[in-house]
Design a binder for this molecule. Structure first.
Ligand SMILES: C[S@@+](CC[C@H](N)C(=O)[O-])C[C@H]1O[C@@H](n2cnc3c(N)ncnc32)[C@H](O)[C@@H]1O
Length: 250
């Protein structure tokens, strides 16, 4: 395992151990960091949705709510890249109903255990958490209607490979609808080399133009970016933002 990937895995293994199945009110986590800033995700999950799966918002380590980006239909298959504690998978499973299915892929055993505990607690049977990497998704070609992800693709060393995997597993006409961090102003070179900052969803960010090019290169059409929160880095040059990103597979 590469140094970057191990830094990411070990950070999220540690966070998973801190989060209980029923998080305490004061155990707020967000934007990829247990002690991190609010990157625009607060309030993006409705109380009704969370109650429907017996969870509180505090299990989100994301930077938005990708399930808001797409009107899921009964019977669809959804894949969440880097599913963490499982919030977006469980919400998607509810929406696609018993005839549909929601998959989450995550490489961190501790997160998979937490997600499975949350699934059992919610008594949801059409959701599956798979161990794997988002660069090599353990699902067949053209098997998914919608790929979602929440604050994960920035953590990958090869974003192009992840985006190509999303394209591969999507059916023709499928949708890519993710929340992710992007680089808005070039980050200080010192920061780019810090593993902690990479695992904290800052240093691995890429500019929107580069992200768009990777989507087009994979074969996606109509890539769209909507930055909904920005974050400067104290004492360092640069700025990152939380973006909603959509694109279609022709
Ligand atoms: C910032 S957390 C986001 C979790 C979840 N999407 C959410 O919104 O709460 C990142 C998650 O992605 C997983 N992850 C990061 N890089 C990955 C990779 N290359 N392959 C599979 N999982 C990965 C981590 O284990 C972690 O659970």
């Amino acid at each position: 395992m590469s140094e970057v990937r191990e830094a990411v895995r070990s950070r999220y293994a540690g966070i998973a151990k801190q989060i209980t199945v029923i998080p305490a009110e004061d155990q707020a986590v967000g934007c990829c960091q247990a002690d991190g800033p609010d990157c625009g995700c607060s309030g993006s999950y409705s109380v009704e949705d969370l109650e429907s799966i017996g969870l509180s918002e505090s299990v989100s380590l994301g930077c938005g709510n990708p399930t808001m980006l797409v009107q899921l239909e009964a019977g669809q298959v959804v894949l969440d890249l880097g599913s963490g504690a499982g919030l977006d998978v469980l919400l998607s499973a509810k929406r696609v109903g018993p005839g549909g299915h929601a998959y989450g892929v995550d490489m961190t055993d501790e997160m998979l255990a937490l997600a499975n505990a949350n699934r059992e607690k919610a008594d949801i049977h059409n959701a599956t958490f798979l161990k794997g990497t988002i660069e090599n998704v353990p699902l067949p070609d053209a098997s998914v209607d919608v790929v979602i992800s929440n604050c994960v693709i920035n953590l990958a060393e090869d974003k192009g490979a992840v985006i190509k995997e999303a394209f591969r597993v999507l059916r023709p006409g499928g949708l890519f609808a993710v929340a992710d961090m992007v680089e808005l102003d070039p980050l200080d070179e010192r920061l780019k080399k810090q593993l902690d900052s990479w695992a904290g969803c800052i240093s691995g960010t890429i500019p929107i133009d580069q992200y768009r090019a990777a989507l087009l290169d994979a074969g996606f059409t109509t890539p769209d970016f909507n930055v909904h929160a920005t974050q400067s880095i104290p004492g360092m040059a640069g700025q990152v933002g939380s973006a909603y990103i959509t694109a279609g597979k022709p």
